[in-house]
Design a binder for this molecule. Structure first.
Ligand code: HEC
Ligand code: HEC
Ligand code: HEC
Length: 218
């Protein structure tokens, strides 16, 4: 009898067997990622009952698109490719507002321009997770600084905590300055009303001397 024809309880049994087989030596695929087991990750009480019940990170995470930073999963891709399908709520489905605009930040610094993608964030978050206590709803209105980010404020509330770490400079600083300015010009030109042209405005940071940017837009 093939596994497909087994009854529910037998299937559960087979699943348990599979889990047992997978856990200790980690998956045998060509994937050198590894995660600490729950009892040793330093986050939970290793003598508590939950340690025996919770799914091991290696089980949960190894099927997902790999990343070389953070917890080794490229979460944005895992979501886009349908590998995960998070619920908006435990009870009823919550529909968040949609807003897709990319906001270009850091137009005056020495580092490449930062592309903040609303679309990516709104797949996981609600507007109120950021607006207006972290960021105002107007580009350039918030004094954003790398110093504050590194101290766990602004983008650093999540990045380096629950989202990819701050060591991945190029994932935020991803746009060459010239490309960013051209993009803003196109945006302004496409606007029907007579909005003034984009100001490379209000620099909270004094630009360091121009140097070759590491702007490899990924
Ligand atoms: C999570 C996104 C993010 C990551 C990761 C990140 N930055 Fe930034 N960075 C920003 C934002 C946003 C600003 C501020 C933009 C502004 O001034 O409006 C900024 C500003 C800066 C500035 C000051 C302005 C400038 O260009 O001179 C420097 C320097 C800087 N970042 C360097 C780095 C370096 C080096 C790394 C990697 C170690 C890094 N950043 C990683 C988002 C990020
Ligand atoms: C992860 C944080 C985050 C979330 C979630 C978020 N935003 Fe934003 N939003 C920002 C940042 C950062 C800016 C730029 C602020 C600045 O430059 O001062 C911004 C700017 C804006 C702007 C101004 C854009 C412009 O070009 O002037 C609007 C409008 C906006 N957000 C609407 C929304 C709406 C609607 C939602 C929910 C559907 C949302 N945002 C969710 C971080 C966020
Ligand atoms: C409230 C939490 C939160 C804040 C604040 C936040 N982010 Fe994010 N960000 C996330 C999450 C969650 C993801 C998706 C998971 C991941 O990529 O690690 C994400 C993903 C991203 C991505 C896409 C990465 C990819 O793989 O394509 C970029 C770029 C980014 N954030 C930049 C920023 C910048 C710049 C700021 C500040 C202006 C910021 N984020 C503030 C939570 C946040």
């Amino acid at each position: 009898m093939s596994a497909r024809l087994l009854g529910t309880s037998q299937r559960h049994f087979v699943c348990c067997l599979c889990l047992l087989l997978i856990v200790p030596p980690q998956s045998a695929r060509a994937d050198d990622r590894s995660w600490l087991p729950i009892a040793k990750d330093g986050l939970r009480d290793s003598s508590g009952p939950a340690v025996k019940v919770l799914q091991q990170p290696a089980d949960a995470l190894s099927p997902l698109t790999p990343d070389n930073a953070g917890n080794q999963v490229r979460w944005v891709r895992a979501l886009k490719e349908g590998q995960i399908n998070p619920r908006s709520s435990l009870r009823k489905l919550l529909k968040s507002e949609s807003y897709e605009k990319d906001v270009l930040l850091n137009l005056n610094g020495g580092m490449p321009v930062v592309r903040f993608p609303h679309s990516v964030h709104n797949e996981w978050l609600d507007c109120t997770n950021c607006h207006d206590h972290l960021f105002k709803k107007q580009r350039g209105a918030t004094k954003i600084s790398m110093f504050l980010i590194l101290q766990g404020e602004q983008c650093g509330v999540c990045h380096g905590a629950v989202a990819f770490p701050l060591t991945e400079c190029g994932r935020c600083h991803s746009v060459k300055r010239a490309d960013a300015l051209a993009e803003l010009e196109r945006e302004a030109a496409a606007q029907p009303s007579a909005t003034p042209p984009p100001e490379p405005a209000a620099a909270p940071n004094t630009p360091p001397p121009a140097r070759k940017t590491e702007g490899k837009a990924r």
